[in-house]
Design a protein around this ligand. Structure first.
Ligand SMILES: [Zn+2]
Length: 292
């Protein structure tokens, strides 16, 4: 099986060696939780790479995210990203492409909020894999949790550039390698999400990659979009909830499970105030493509 031993996210790539910061981490998907995967960090740019190139078709079978529904908690989280986009100038008449839209829940949310020209593309979705979608250009290219899944993220960014109108915005939400401590990898097991996250940009590598395409950085957010001020809907409470059970990502798509540990003083503290203690393992960069 081939391996990733050279960074493909920066212009001065480091190669995996004895000097490298590295660890092995379990998968956070229950079906594969017994498997451990080596990850390492590029010393040059700080990005993190999954070392083993696995047969992802095998792992994506019955992928828990495919069971996601547009529940009220998810709408609160999507609201965070929508507010960020409007802050960067998104208007209701703009054309939006949600690239890597999965089952299209964010597209549905955009439309519910009056953004009628929102559409989605996802090569793995029967509903959203129409190639003609990629023959147009858009005012807003939105890609949440996509670039960390592909084998060549810089090529993906060039594709985003091609799909965006001059003066349009490109919003990339992805884990932040700069906020992940590989010495305490279990704490970041959901950001690392092995073996699905093949390459994880550091903050500086993502900004550099965007600016190398001529984009300017309009806004940069370190706070994860599903960290909201609403009680219980924040990252810290989600982490606490996971640790009350088996800490698998599958829990997010299953019915809520009652437990006395969920009404402990610690749980209630995170439920009410977790918003203010969001870890830095995720980021959203909003870039603007130049007018000419
Ligand atoms: Zn690098």
């Amino acid at each position: 099986m081939p391996e990733t031993t050279t960074c493909n996210l920066c212009p001065t790539p480091d190669t995996l060696g004895p000097h490298s910061e590295k660890t092995r981490i379990r998968s956070n998907v229950r079906r594969f939780s017994k498997e451990r995967f080596p990850v390492w960090r590029c010393r040059s740019c700080g990005s993190i790479h999954s070392q083993k190139e696995v047969d992802l078709n095998h792992y994506y079978k019955d992928y828990p995210f495919h069971n996601q529904k547009l529940v009220v908690f998810l709408k609160m989280a999507y609201g965070t990203n929508l507010r960020r986009l409007t802050r960067s100038g998104l208007q209701r008449h703009h054309t939006i492409l949600d690239y890597g839209c999965g089952s299209g829940l964010m597209v549905q949310y955009f439309k519910e909020r009056g953004y009628r020209n929102a559409t989605g593309f996802d090569a793995f979705s029967d509903k959203f894999n129409d190639p003609s979608t990629l023959e147009k250009t858009y005012d807003c290219l939105f890609a949440q949790d996509l670039v960390e899944h592909v084998h060549e993220p810089l090529e993906q960014l060039r594709e985003f550039d091609r799909l965006t109108k001059p003066g349009g915005i490109i919003a990339i939400g992805t884990p932040n390698a700069s906020g992940i401590d590989l010495q305490d990898a279990e704490e970041y097991v959901h950001n690392l999400h092995q073996p699905f996250h093949t390459h994880i940009f550091s903050k500086s590598a993502l900004i550099r990659a965007g600016e190398d395409l001529g984009w300017s950085t309009d806004q940069f957010y370190i706070m994860q979009y599903n960290n909201t001020p609403f009680p219980f809907v924040n990252v810290r409470y989600g982490q606490h909830y996971g640790k009350c059970y088996d800490n698998m990502v599958d829990l997010a798509f299953e019915n809520l499970k009652p437990s006395f540990r969920l009404i402990s003083p610690k749980a209630l503290f995170w439920a009410l105030f977790g918003y203010f203690f969001c870890p830095e393992g995720d980021m959203l960069a909003i870039f603007r493509k130049p007018i000419r």
